[in-house]
Design a protein around this ligand. Structure first.
Ligand code: ATP
Ligand code: MG
Length: 251
């Protein structure tokens, strides 16, 4: 049996007196699809930052693929096989779609040569970027600067970029946010078609979308795990109904 992709043991992060993440334990098996839901300010993005290493845990342990990563910098965690998207897309606006992907493939390719050569000189990087462009239906806009893309296409490119380093654990922070119904369906199909070997932790506001994607769901509220379980268990939970549905989410 391979080690779980992620184990969090009693992880906390305090911003001054605010316990943004407060004693969270969570295990995500290899290839598992897991959703993280919860109202605004519940601590979801902070938890992602703790997993990817953007911020350090105040206490607790972060274990990635069986390796204690609690004190590792973000690039060391990326090298273990973790990738993420950001709630606010981070693209190079002046570079084309293809150039953004080539850069990501080059930066994240763990077999990268030490010697410097122009990015275009690596045929395997080109192959990898071209494959992602095709898979994410970005062919028609491959030569467009990223700043010319629609918001929906920027989100798609953001997810494509996160796959450049062939991660085994992917953290997606509200990839559907701000998308039209059609774009959202397209994104959904792309996520469903991801390699089943990749474990995915998806932050999602909309409970229906989370339920459609993941077999197991964790509900975060005020930095703590309110409950975790299957879609039936979570939707039957009275606290979830009161706290989450009561806060204006779609019924
Ligand atoms: N850098 C920071 N400094 C101080 N407080 C912060 C910081 N980042 C987040 N917080 C606070 O921590 C809490 C959790 O924020 P977080 O962004 O993790 O919530 P979230 O669940 O991702 O919310 P949303 O659904 O709105 O994205 C909030 O009260 C937020 O104001
Ligand atoms: Mg957030």
């Amino acid at each position: 049996m391979s080690a779980p992709a992620l184990v969090l043991e009693q992880v906390s992060h305090h911003f001054g007196g605010l316990r943004a993440v407060d004693g969270v334990s969570l295990t995500i098996g290899a290839g598992e699809r897991h959703a993280l839901i919860g109202p605004n300010g519940a601590g979801k993005t902070t938890l992602f930052n703790l997993i990817s290493g953007e911020i350090a845990a105040t206490s607790g342990r972060v274990v990635l693929f069986g390796t204690d990563a609690t004190r590792l910098a973000p690039h060391r965690r990326a090298a273990l096989g973790i990738a993420r998207t950001f709630q606010i897309t981070r693209l190079f606006p002046g570079l084309t779609v293809m150039e953004n992907l080539l850069l990501a493939c080059e930066a994240l390719d763990r077999r990268r040569l030490v010697m410097h050569r122009p990015v275009a000189a690596y045929p395997d990087l080109h192959r990898r970027a071209a494959e992602l462009i095709e898979r994410f239906a970005l062919t028609a806009i491959a030569r467009e600067p990223a700043r010319h893309l629609s918001y929906g296409d920027q989100r798609k490119l953001d997810v494509a970029l996160s796959l450049a380093g062939r991660p085994r654990l992917l953290l997606l922070d509200e990839p559907m946010a701000g998308l039209s119904a059609g774009e959202s369906r397209a994104m959904h199909a792309l996520l469903d078609a991801l390699d089943p070997a990749i474990a995915v932790l998806l932050i999602e506001h909309d409970m229906d979308v989370a339920f459609a994607f993941a077999r197991r769901i964790t509900v975060l509220h005020q930095g703590r795990v309110l409950t975790e379980g299957s879609r039936d268990e979570v939707s039957a939970n009275r606290s979830v109904q009161q706290i989450y549905l009561g806060m204006g989410a779609e019924p």
